[in-house]
Ligand binder design. Structure first.
Ligand SMILES: *Cc1c(COP(=O)(O)O)cnc(C)c1O
Length: 409
């Protein structure tokens, strides 16, 4: 990151003047923490006692045999507290908030996963917590809203605009501007104004640091390729980070192909031609937008990948050719998920399943002496409503109707 928060042509910090000092303070604390080995030690200690670090690297022997090519390894971020890599980010920011002496955190959430993780962290650290969520998402994600409230967070349904994620982001910024003194905005991914993209990537870099040691011990060398799904880009940056310096390791980001790129119903920013450079939500990246800079509707079966922007750090690696971008359609995702459950007894999140799709396409073309790593960003049992619906399971449908009848009595 340069002194203006850019990575090559991407990033920056487009923020209202009133937030200028807050961002300066945050940047200073973040840089101080990075230079203080005691901070990382405290982070590791908390992650190993409150979450489940180090997470295992699982050799998927059955899938490896099935595809008959590269050795397939899975980095198990699903085994983190709250079931995904998001814990790495929120716990790190929580420690930073403690250092800054602030008492209140706010966050935006779409599917509710980041809100859940933030509410958990706030309860653990004793912070007051407000979560902004589009009204439509509040209705769609009732289980997450239920848990957030039970953990003491206030969930505010946002009634503006399309009443989804981008409106929740705007509302969270509005809150921050009026409560700068005691409040920190826990940004959920490697996007937004500097220093968020780099800071979130730093907390997530623990994934790649562990994976490098684990693959060395198990495989006796570096992997040929690493696959990660890309929503905002934080789990991808997390596992890619340590390997950027290894020229022999190919890094592959997989975006949400939705109903197919040609349908327009997707969230493919870097792996297609529908996105264009723009500035929104405080930073510059490749956005899915129309000619007037209005954000387009995105679609994915995986709520966590359904986003118009992408990490400016990944945009830079894309432009420089260091990371290759592919996409997986909703149908391909369901197929890869089905196969992984049946062959390994592992349920990847719909988001993570995108990375599995691309790995499965490429594994047969590699040799058994090579290894690949799939970053399994989260677990899929949270997605039971979507997955059961997508598999068109009739007994699940009957169960939901029955429950509805019971509760309405
Ligand atoms: C939120 C989420 C993602 C997408 O976020 P990134 O910042 O791109 O990592 C991916 N997988 C899971 C399981 C998630 O919960």
């Amino acid at each position: 990151m340069d002194k203006n928060g850019y990575f090559g042509n991407w990033g920056g910090a487009f923020i209202p003047e009133v937030l200028h000092q807050t961002f300066e303070d945050l940047k200073r604390e973040y840089i101080k923490a990075r230079q203080d080995p005691a901070f990382w030690q405290e982070y590791l200690s908390l992650m190993s006692t409150y979450s489940c670090r180090p997470t295992p690297l699982t050799h998927a022997e059955n899938l490896t045999r099935h595809f008959g090519g590269a050795q397939i390894y899975i980095k198990r971020e699903d085994l983190n507290h709250t079931g995904a890599h998001k814990a790495n980010n929120v716990i790190g920011q929580g420690l930073l908030v403690k250092r800054m002496g602030k008492k209140r955190v706010i966050a935006e959430t779409g599917a509710g996963q980041h809100g859940m993780a933030t509410a958990t962290m706030a309860a653990r650290f004793g912070f007051e917590c407000t979560i902004y969520m589009g009204e439509v998402d509040v209705q769609r994600q009732r289980p997450n809203v239920f848990w957030m409230e039970k953990m003491g967070a206030t969930v505010v349904p946002v009634k503006d605009g399309s009443r989804t994620l981008k409106d929740a982001i705007n509302e969270a910024f509005r809150d921050w501007v009026t409560n700068i003194d005691d409040t920190h905005y826990v940004f959920g991914t490697a996007c937004g104004p500097a220093p968020f993209p780099e800071m979130v990537s730093w907390f997530q870099s623990i994934i790649g640091q562990e994976a490098a040691g684990q693959i060395q011990a198990r495989h006796g060398g570096m992997p040929a390729r690493i696959y990660a799904c890309v929503g905002g880009g934080s789990n991808a940056m997390g596992i890619f980070g340590r390997f950027l310096q290894e020229p022999g390791v190919e890094l592959v980001g997989v975006e949400a192909g939705g109903k197919g790129i040609a349908s327009g119903m997707h969230a493919v920013r870097l792996g297609g031609t529908d996105a264009s450079p723009g500035v929104a939500q405080g930073y510059k990246t490749m956005f899915l937008q129309n000619e007037d800079g209005q954000m387009l509707e995105t679609h994915s079966v995986a709520a966590g990948l359904d986003y118009v922007g992408v990490s400016p750090i990944l945009a830079d690696h894309w432009e420089k050719g260091r990371v290759r971008f592919e996409s997986a359609t909703d149908d391909e995702v369901m197929e890869a998920l089905d196969l992984t459950m049946k062959m390994e007894g592992i349920i990847p999140a719909l988001e993570s399943s995108h990375a599995f799709v691309q790995a499965f396409k490429e594994a047969p073309g590699l040799s058994p002496s090579e290894a690949i790593i799939i970053n399994m960003s989260g677990r899929g049992d949270k997605d039971i409503f979507t997955i059961a619906h997508a598999f068109q399971d009739p007994s699940w449908k009957a169960f939901i109707i029955q429950k509805g009848l019971e509760y309405s009595k």
